[in-house]
Design a protein around this ligand. Structure first.
Ligand SMILES: Cc1cc2nc3c(=O)[nH]c(=O)nc-3n(C[C@H](O)[C@H](O)[C@H](O)COP(=O)(O)OP(=O)(O)OC[C@H]3O[C@@H](n4cnc5c(N)ncnc54)[C@H](O)[C@@H]3O)c2cc1C
Length: 396
């Protein structure tokens, strides 16, 4: 069978662009397709946690995020009903601050890095079906520009196409974990609001946050049960902010809204099996957590490397079996499950102050484990050296 590429990645945002870049850097030929136009925004706030920032640093892309005017975040403030707790960001792994680049900044940086590594990028290309051959996925059928249908063949197809993944649906990827609760969120961008750093507020009457970002703006979000948030909008945002922290609510009232207010109406978390013959899933396509975790992007950047390693192992040794992919799933689940479970309980909005502090401690412990894994990816002595680097070795 003739292949146009070793790998087709569907979805050119955090998970897909990073996966494509890593595979191409390791010597694979990669096509990256997305149905949208380059540089489009998407429904998402964008606070990166330390693991995500570390990935950008390790891949040599953090300087571009900084050069785009993304402010450094050196402290996180937790606003509870009875106290405010300020935590300084400690330098780790060469990174001394967190960042929250707009998706119109982060995603294009990742796509440009993929293209620089040799990835062929095709926007305006919607995957509508999969090609199958001898029990494996063997490529995709796309609609280009909404019209002509085109077939593309590859050894592996990666679904990085978000939480309503077409690839996951077409391969019937099994759901392995399901959460029970969901938050809804309404958010917008404000000028004239000086956040100290990340500021998170938690009360049973409302959760909220300030996220400093590009162009001198602060992303302000508030969440609660979907029935409470409804269709969201500026007045719901202000009401929920007032409930979550009256001091933050007062600061919001003095700021100027600089964007439309967008609303996410909720979807409980889940994990899907992220691999099968000729296919893999990464990012939200395989792992969705309630956005109160503020962790989907960091997971996507972490898992891009794990899945690229697994695919690299298969490309280097087609008879290697499923162990590299099982390793990917095990590692993803070990790191993601505590985050998914804690976020699920936060989303239920049935906690008191002692319990929310405990849940946030658990989230922090899971993130610490994740940072250890990411830092360890550069350890030349680690027991399972990156198979993707073997592809590079054999390619060059
Ligand atoms: C309200 C809200 C707030 C959030 N806040 C945060 C936060 O603060 N921090 C954080 O880390 N995470 C946050 N998240 C989660 C974060 O948005 C996701 O985890 C992240 O977008 C996942 O990236 P991805 O690349 O997997 O998928 P996506 O960003 O969804 O990208 C998928 C891409 O696939 C393309 N695509 C889909 N179907 C097809 C097809 N058939 N053919 C071709 N292309 C296709 C789409 O056009 C899209 O560009 C939030 C989410 C929401 C909803």
């Amino acid at each position: 069978m003739e292949h146009e590429a070793d790998v087709i990645v569907v979805g050119a945002r955090a998970a897909g662009a990073a996966t494509a870049m890593l595979l191409a850097r390791a010597g694979a030929s990669v096509v990256l397709v997305d149905r949208e136009k380059p540089g489009a925004d998407t429904l998402s706030t964008h606070a990166l946690m330390r693991g995500g920032v570390l990935q950008l640093h390790r891949w040599g892309l953090l300087d571009q995020v900084v050069a785009a005017g993304t402010p450094a975040i050196r402290t996180t403030v937790f606003h509870y009903a009875s106290s405010d707790v300020e935590v300084a960001i400690k330098p780790t792994g060469g990174v001394d601050a967190l960042y929250a680049p707009r998706r119109t900044v982060l995603d294009p940086i990742l796509v440009a890095a993929a293209a620089t590594a040799g990835v062929q990028v095709q926007y305006g290309s919607r995957v509508v079906a999969l090609l199958r051959e001898q029990g494996r996925i063997a490529g995709v059928a796309t609609h280009v520009g909404g019209g002509a249908e085109r077939e593309l063949r590859a050894r592996v197809v990666v679904g990085a196409d978000g939480r309503h993944s077409t690839i996951a649906r077409l391969v019937e990827a099994p759901t392995t974990t399901e959460a029970s609760h969901t938050s809804a969120f309404t958010y917008g961008y404000f000028a004239g609001l000086d956040a100290v750093g990340y500021e998170w507020a938690y009360r049973p009457e409302g959760t909220a946050g300030f996220i400093p970002t590009n162009d001198g703006l602060t992303c302000v979000f508030a969440g609660h049960l979907p029935s409470r948030v409804g269709r969201g909008g500026p007045s719901v945002l202000q009401e929920l902010l007032d409930c979550a922290s009256s001091a933050m609510g007062a600061r919001l009232r003095a700021a100027a809204l600089a964007s439309p207010v967008r609303t996410f109406t909720g979807e409980p978390g889940w994990l899907r099996r992220p691999y099968g013959p000729g296919w893999a899933l990464v990012g939200d396509a395989g792992s969705w957590k309630d956005p109160i975790s503020a962790h989907g992007l960091t997971d996507a950047l972490r898992d891009a490397e794990l899945v690229a390693d697994a695919i690299g192992a298969e490309l280097a040794n087609p008879g290697c079996g499923t162990e590299p992919y099982r390793h990917y799933e095990r590692t993803r689940d070990r790191l993601t499950l505590p985050i998914l479970e804690s976020a699920d309980e936060v989303a239920a909005m049935e906690w008191d102050e002692a319990r929310i502090i405990e849940l946030l401690r658990r989230l922090n412990a899971a993130m610490t484990e994740e940072v250890e894994l990411v830092v360890g990816l550069d350890d030349p002595g680690r027991s399972s050296p990156s198979p993707a680097r073997h592809v590079l070795a054999s390619a060059g």
